[in-house]
Ligand binder design. Structure first.
Ligand code: ADP
Ligand code: MG
Length: 250
């Protein structure tokens, strides 16, 4: 197990968005979180990646308690994420988006940057090489020079994956990667996730669409009104009465 949550809980005023969730994210696998809208899936991601501090409970990563670490520290430890909506700089190229996104997460010395020292130029080259490498990995080498505002929704999803991969993460959290794209494109993203796992990256994704998950995920957790109502393989989930009711009722 790579990440474990223990009794993870988040309240917003009187609303309990995530309630006492115990979940183990398995290393080298495709882990998934499903559930109806408002079930607490994104909140769960925000808790694990440090965007929200839990009301109670813990997040353990490689045996270390990371519950109260800020997002940048958690990212440095090898946890990357995408957001439900991908915000790119529309007036910049795809390549520059990835370079900037990567650079924002690399420590660099401002004086080096102003003086454009050798060290800075070396860093610049490293950022660019890394950006090219991850864009190649996600299959976007042919559009690196296009403005991000002109690319398709599916390409934007791939850029978001590239941004997450640029930090060489150990685990990536993907929030609804298939939202807003068609089934053929979804198939392509699923292939890309399998490729990530082959590269040794652990994947944890949120998905609203059941079909994609059932074929793809090794392990699934179902949330409903903030609570874990089921956990297991696709087969176990599909035959679970509570899950069927949550989906049909929701
Ligand atoms: P999901 O991703 O499963 O659709 P969310 O985690 O986004 O669900 O939301 C779970 C619940 O928590 C919803 O009722 C939502 O309105 C509420 N919620 C999420 N974020 C906040 C916030 N920052 N402030 C107040 N309520 C929130
Ligand atoms: Mg969500």
């Amino acid at each position: 197990m790579l990440i474990e949550t223990r009794n993870l809980t988040k309240q917003f005023g009187g609303l309990t968005a995530v309630k006492d969730v115990d979940f183990e994210i398995e290393k080298g696998k495709i882990n998934a979180i499903i559930g109806p809208n408002g079930a607490g899936k994104s909140t769960f991601f925000n808790l694990v990646s440090g965007s929200y501090i839990p009301t109670s409970g813990q997040v353990i990563y490689r045996g270390k308690d990371i519950t109260k670490l800020p997002p940048n520290k958690i990212a440095e430890l090898g946890v990357a994420r995408t957001f439900q909506t991908t915000n790119l700089f529309e007036q910049a190229t795809v390549l520059d988006n990835v370079i900037v996104g990567h650079r924002l997460r690399t420590k660099y010395n401002l004086l080096d940057a102003v003086l454009r020292t050798k060290r800075y130029k070396k860093e610049e080259k490293k950022c660019k090489d890394k950006a090219m490498e991850v864009l190649d990995f996600v299959g976007l080498t042919n559009i690196t020079d296009q403005l991000a505002g002109n690319i398709t929704q599916e390409e934007k999803k791939r850029v978001a994956f590239a941004l997450a991969l640029a930090t060489d993460p150990e685990v990536v959290f993907l929030d609804e990667p298939a939202a807003g794209i068609n089934s053929g494109e979804t198939e392509g993203l699923a292939e890309l996730m399998k490729k990530m796992v082959k590269r040794g990256i652990t994947v944890c994704l949120i998905e609203h669409k059941m079909q994609m998950i059932m074929k793809l995920a090794d392990k699934i957790m179902v949330l409903n009104y903030g609570e874990k109502i089921a956990e297991g393989s696709s087969e176990e989930i599909m035959n679970n009465q509570d899950v069927i009711e949550a989906y049909l009722g929701g």
